[in-house]
Design a binder for this molecule. Structure first.
Ligand code: C5P
Length: 233
């Protein structure tokens, strides 16, 4: 599946659907996809996905991580929803990733989450993962791609390295979905590894996941328009 022509994917992360609906309708003209994350999905369930999918492709970001049988069942259930992209943690291991890839079928693009953009090297060390973050990302990316995931979620700082290692989209390289996007001067919040949108695209990102810089703005529609202009859309 090709990524949408407009690479901005707005993250609808409010637990109540009224807030998400307001952001979705204000931003729809300026974005290429909507991401529904854990807060919104646990808060509101799958009912609202239909109305979103009527406007733009939906990325249901559940970051699944469990035993292979459970994850396969969950991915098969997601494949029955109006969802174009969904996520599994690559750290769930080869068997879990293969089971997820088999369950996804042709219409659902499965993305392997490498290392959360909220984690930095000291935080990874606490988890027992010593060494440069790029090594962990490359290892997890290899695992996910070998297991049959067509795409990856990575931080903006890893896009260029992943493109060097696995190639560009034209050469059959993975779909790269990138959160941790911050326009120059925007507060990072809990994100640790960030880049402005133009840089992330220049490095080879396909889809930019942008949450608080849009949803936390006084006028989310205007914030989305400004970002779309910044990336030439
Ligand atoms: O508000 P912000 O722009 O930081 O939102 C980023 C979104 O991307 C959140 O919905 C978060 O769950 C998601 N995400 C992330 N890091 C990943 C994968 C997804 O921040 N590795």
């Amino acid at each position: 599946m090709r990524p949408p022509a407009n690479p901005i994917c707005v993250a609808l992360d409010a637990p109540d659907w009224d807030s998400n609906r307001a952001v979705a309708s204000a931003t729809a003209p300026s974005v290429g996809a909507f991401k529904v994350g854990l807060s919104a999905y646990v808060g509101s369930g799958s009912g609202p996905l239909e109305e979103l999918a009527a406007e733009r492709p939906v990325f249901l970001d559940l970051k699944l991580h469990d035993i292979p049988q459970q994850v396969a069942g969950a991915v098969a259930a997601v494949a029955r929803l109006p969802v174009a992209y969904t996520t599994v943690h690559a750290a769930g291991g080869r068997d879990m990733l293969r089971a997820a890839a088999d369950a996804a079928g042709p219409a659902l693009e499965l993305l392997g989450v490498t290392v959360l953009t909220s984690l930095d090297e000291p935080a990874l060390k606490v988890l027992g993962l010593a060494g440069p973050i790029e090594q962990a990302v490359t290892r997890l990316a290899e695992l996910a791609l070998e297991a049959g995931c067509p795409g990856l979620v990575c931080s903006p700082l890893e896009i260029a390295g992943l493109r060097r290692r696995f190639g560009g989209r034209a050469a059959g390289g993975p779909l790269l979905v990138v959160p941790g996007i911050r326009p120059d001067g925007a507060p990072a919040g809990d994100q640790r590894r960030t880049l402005p949108p133009e840089r992330a695209l220049a490095d080879g990102a396909d889809l930019l996941v942008i949450g608080r810089p849009i949803t936390g703005a006084a006028d989310p529609g205007a914030a989305a328009r400004a970002l779309a202009t910044a990336v030439g859309r």
